[in-house]
Ligand binder design. Structure first.
Ligand SMILES: [Zn+2]
Length: 224
């Protein structure tokens, strides 16, 4: 254990150097206070506490090490400040920690890319389902509906909900909402001050007409 001196005035028992406040010293009953030079620890580097992973690694790789403590007058006890480790061990430990971080960063980038692909795939499948149920719905509208639904059930919410959103009821709801806003007077009625529950029945018929048209086989748009 190495102490950080909390006062000036003492001298090293080995070489007589003055120990000033803040100096690292070894204290032993037989040999008294010694500076790190005399204690044979001067080649070690100080690694302050604060990065537990780095400290653990450096200690594991260092054949010689010491714990650095300081006496706290207010708390009346010694407190751990860091460790002394071999320079080579500290360097290798730093390298390993950096590699770890690079690995974690890489994993995060790959995960994000995977999520983006999954989301894209989800939009495509949703749009396809819209077209299965509403063959006459224009492709770009189906895509707009799918993108909107995808935002609503984004991958963060979880696969089960996303999968659930692909069932027929959910598709119908998404398409109906799209038609309500895009092809009915609904939004206009709300602007005029109607409540949603008042506006909905007024536009129900126009929405149904549009949905019926989209349900017809593609390439037969004129037929009602
Ligand atoms: Zn000395």
């Amino acid at each position: 254990m190495v102490w950080i001196s909390h006062r000036d005035g003492a001298r090293c028992e080995g070489c007589g150097t003055e120990i000033t406040k803040g100096t690292f010293v070894l204290v032993a009953r037989e040999s008294g206070i010694r500076c790190l030079e005399c204690a044979g620890l001067a080649d070690l580097l100080y690694l302050p506490a604060g990065d537990p992973a780095l400290t653990r690694r450096a200690l594991g790789l260092s054949s010689r090490s010491a714990t650095v403590v300081k006496f706290s007058r207010t708390r009346k006890r010694h407190e751990r400040q860091g460790v002394l480790v071999e320079e080579g061990a500290l360097e290798r430990a730093r390298g390993e920690c950096e590699k770890d971080q690079a690995r974690r960063e890489g994993a995060r980038v790959r995960r994000r890319a995977r999520d983006a692909v999954a989301e894209q795939d989800y939009v495509v499948r949703f749009a396809q389902k819209v077209r299965d149920l509403f063959p006459a719905c224009p492709a770009e509208e189906a895509e707009a509906i799918a993108i909107r639904a995808c935002q609503k059930y984004s991958s963060r919410v979880g696969r089960s909900r996303a999968a659930k959103a692909l069932d027929e009821t959910a598709i119908n709801l998404a398409v109906r909402a799209h038609v309500r806003h895009r092809y009915s007077r609904y939004d206009e009625l709300l602007v005029q001050g109607l409540e949603p529950f008042e506006a909905r029945p007024l536009v129900a018929e126009e929405i149904e007409r549009m949905l019926d048209r989209w349900r017809e086989p593609a390439g037969d748009p004129g037929v009602r």
